[in-house]
Design a protein around this ligand. Structure first.
Ligand code: DP6
Length: 362
């Protein structure tokens, strides 16, 4: 698909249309972190993540030909009109005019809900923006008849999701996906994410992610503001080089089943992300004292048992504990005995790698 074909036709509105559709899309956790952007939502460095399964958003769109000159677009979050999210979605739809010109011909009722509470400490922009993008591309299929090719459909969905939130671009695929140009993967792009197409070692195919909620409050500095602090950051160039080197190592580790390398790269990425925040001007940190306590415990437990487990961090204080299915019993025990006490109200979300988004038949 050429980049120009992300724009679709306007509606040939000789006939009226009406219908509804719904998509479910998961959150994802990055192993190589996207941090910093340029232009219109383009990443300063390549990133790699895997999609989760239990943390997802569902977005439905009910549509019909507009009844008045100006189309009516409404947005409901968890059953209620939500002015804050609603404004964000409306702005997004306006910005998408050249990508989906037919939207201004339709009255839309968009409804969204999450499988996790808003205050759970789980980022919802990846799941919600990817679910909305998939639903909009499906709407294009239904009313225009284009995007019938599966690759075109997911490529455009990823492109649209990216415009809403960078990390959302990676959520349109199950398993591992990559966003951002990376020389070793010719299919990679800054415009959209692509699925990781090489064979992944079975050790990494059943990854578990237990999200230890250290603090469920809204974070004090948004990712958007954090990305902006990478402009002119003294380590920006070194960060780009580091992300490429880590990507190269991780891609090899994923194929070879090299858990030592996996641990080294994934934890280095998490700590580097937070180090970049701490060395920004102005500096800030999203870590909580309990975040560090948990990280120390994880390292000590790994050294003692030799089990494959490691952590990653989002732009927040919560710890994602990664391990493989075969060690599930020992690691759940470890969480209960040693980590739960550092979590906010003992809150932990036991998630795992998922198969990606799906259309929900209504
Ligand atoms: C630390 O995708 O939330 O989670 O593009 O401004 O919406 P926007 O930012 P966002 O940034 C996510 C950053 C990260 C790392 C990652 O997911 O790669």
């Amino acid at each position: 698909m050429s980049l120009h074909s992300f724009s679709s036709e306007s509606l040939p509105f000789s006939h009226s249309v009406r219908g509804s559709l719904c998509w479910q899309s998961p959150s994802n956790i990055a192993l190589i972190k996207y941090w910093g952007k340029f232009g219109v939502q383009l990443p300063k460095n390549p990133s790699l993540s895997f999609t989760l399964s239990k943390a997802y958003s569902q977005t439905s769109i009910a549509y019909e030909s507009k009844k008045e000159t100006l189309a009516k677009h409404q947005f409901f979050f968890e059953g209620k009109e939500n002015p804050v999210f609603g404004k964000k979605v409306m702005r997004f739809l306006i910005d998408l005019d050249s990508v989906f010109p037919f939207l201004k011909e339709l009255d839309l009722r968009i409804e969204s809900k999450n499988s996790f509470p808003h205050s759970a400490g789980v980022a919802s922009s990846a799941s919600s923006m990817s679910a909305l993008a998939l639903a909009l591309c499906n709407l294009e299929q239904e009313v225009i008849g284009s995007l019938q090719d599966e690759i075109d459909f997911y490529t455009k969905a990823s492109y649209v999701a990216r415009l809403g939130s960078g990390s959302a671009s990676r959520s349109v695929y199950g398993g591992f996906s990559i966003w951002g140009e990376f020389i070793e993967l010719i299919e990679s792009s800054n415009e959209f994410a692509v699925p990781f197409s090489y064979e992944v070692h079975p050790l990494f195919m059943q990854l578990r992610d237990s999200i230890l909620i250290v603090d469920s409050k809204e974070k004090s500095v948004s990712s958007r503001a954090g990305h902006a602090l990478m402009n002119g950051h003294p380590y920006a160039e070194a960060r780009l080089a580091q992300s490429k080197q880590n990507m190269s190592w991780l891609l090899a580790a994923l194929q070879q089943g090299d858990t030592d390398r996996f641990i080294e790269v994934v934890e280095n990425e998490a700590m580097s992300l937070h180090a970049l925040m701490m060395s920004s001007k102005p500096w800030y940190t999203l870590m909580h004292p309990n975040t560090l306590r948990i990280l120390e415990k994880i390292r000590a437990f790994r050294e003692k048992t030799g089990l494959f487990l490691c952590f990653t961090l989002d732009a927040g204080p919560n710890v994602h504990l990664l391990f493989s299915e075969e060690n599930e019993i020992e690691i759940q025990q470890f969480i209960q005995n040693e980590l739960e006490e550092f979590c906010d109200g003992a809150k932990i979300i036991h998630d795992k790698m998922g198969f990606g988004p799906q259309k929900i038949e209504q």
